[in-house]
Design a protein around this ligand. Sequence first.
Ligand code: ZN
Length: 193
Amino acid sequence: MKHEKIDVVEVCKELEDLLAPRLKISVLDRAVYSHLLRHSRFEGKLRLRFSILWLAHNLGITARRARESVRRLVDQEVLRLVERSNVGHLVEVRLPGEVPAARATGNRARLQGEVNLDELDFMRTPALRRSIHAREHGVCFYCLRRTPRRAHCLDHVVPLAQPGSNSFRNLVSCCLNCNPRKAVISHRLAEEE
Ligand SMILES: [Zn+2]
């Protein structure tokens, strides 16, 4: 196995920001995982052989909790169980970015990044429409007043009647008072519910 240089800070960030929230990893399991990482990948080793008692002792937890935690981490594919005997466990410790569930989201994010935003019809789905409101941070584009969720709408800067489009560049979030075409709005609001 090749010796890779591990960026420990990056790994810790990925654990906190990506893996833990995504897999809903508990504080205990995080501590167990961090400890195993520290004795494997952070030392340049892919695999680690350890006993549950060693793990429990180092973390100040009972053997039962340590065993259950290792089992959960194996179930979530954070650890790959290579071998288990009465001597202990032999596991492959994955970096946060190598865990299949975490990787899946990364790939999706990359795919979305490749979509040409300029060609995307932002009126097409509620999620896309919401992203325009989110961009304006819930504030009307024209009067800058805070607009509650039920009282905002999308306005085409260049009206569709002229050569406008549903591109994110041509759409703004605004309050009902500022939108000159209220009939269209109420229709859209109903659509978004
Ligand atoms: Zn307004």
